[in-house]
Design a protein around this ligand. Structure first.
Ligand code: SAM
Length: 273
């Protein structure tokens, strides 16, 4: 396994994922206590100057976000979390999904984050130490998510694999569909890179063939989707999205494309079914 999220932490794709994550979590919490399942949790907290210099990805992502004026509310919510981690200003530390979620858990909420890679699991365990409602678990997040979701009615599930394994797209679609079919009250958000059109279309087709007809598709495209070797954009697909999700995704993806993207950048947000 070569993937290390620390090389990518704070990039434009994290911004899309994390700004939407905060909004979805808030909506789910408005309905009562929530169990959050994070299938691919990562380290939880990233020191963006870990190798002495902030990565170009974070420089073009979260550093620009923190310097931007006139941030819309959902982007501002993420900026507030980052500012809280960096009380002396600047952007040295960036929160991953575990820390963003754990910091917002109420007394009756629960969080479990799965991480396959042992050294990253150690970091995750440390990052969650201060949060009694949050737990780190080793093992395969795809396999475990179905079991854990079955035990928690109306779970909120984030599926965020590295997409370095050839079957990551199929496993993400199959896991999401199985959870949503088994529990129509569960909300499942899947993050994917956007490289070329066919890979993403194939992913949506697989969800459709698995019986998922209605979902939110939120894309932020920074470049034309022509090079399968490059992350030209990213998408968040939400099964059972709460009311208002389309507007929320428009706000997040629209801002990222307009402020962090190039001339041909654009956002595409729609509901299927
Ligand atoms: N969700 C995190 C966030 O938003 O901060 C980022 C997760 S990162 C994209 C993917 C993580 O999944 C990596 O830390 C990788 O080690 C881990 N991983 C890879 N395959 C896995 C699997 N089958 N089950 C659980 N974790 C896995």
């Amino acid at each position: 396994m070569n993937y290390r999220h620390s090389f990518h932490a704070g990039n434009f794709a994290d911004i899309v994922k994390h700004a939407l994550l905060l909004w979805l979590l808030e909506r789910r919490q408005a309905q009562g206590p929530v169990s959050v399942i994070d299938t691919h949790a990562g380290a939880g907290l990233y020191d963006l100057t870990g190798d002495g210099a902030r990565s170009k990805e974070a420089e073009a992502g979260i550093a620009r976000l923190m310097a931007a004026g006139d941030r819309p509310p959902l982007i501002e919510a993420l900026a507030a979390e980052v500012a809280r981690l960096n009380p002396d200003g600047g952007v040295t530390f960036y929160p991953g999904s575990p820390l963003l979620i754990a910091g917002r858990l109420g007394e009756d909420d629960r969080y479990v984050g799965f991480e396959l890679h042992p050294p990253v699991l150690d970091l995750l365990t440390g990052a969650l130490e201060a949060f009694p409602q949050a737990m780190a678990q080793g093992g395969d997040g795809f396999d475990q998510a179905r079991t854990w979701a079955a035990e928690a009615t109306g779970a909120f599930v984030l599926i965020d694999p590295p997409f370095e394994q050839p079957d990551d797209y199929n496993r993400a679609a199959d896991t999401a569909a199985a959870i949503a079919r088994a529990d129509p009250r569960a909300t499942v958000a899947i993050w994917t890179p956007l490289k070329d059109m066919e890979t993403f279309d194939g992913f949506l087709r697989r969800l459709d063939q698995a019986g998922i007809k209605r979902m939110l598709v939120a894309e932020a495209r920074l470049r034309p989707l022509t090079d399968p070797m490059k992350m030209n954009g990213c998408a968040v697909v939400v099964l059972n999205p709460p009311p208002g999700a389309e507007a929320a995704a428009d706000e997040v993806c629209g801002w990222v494309a307009a402020v962090l993207g190039g001339e041909s950048a654009r956002s595409e947000v729609w509901m299927t079914g």
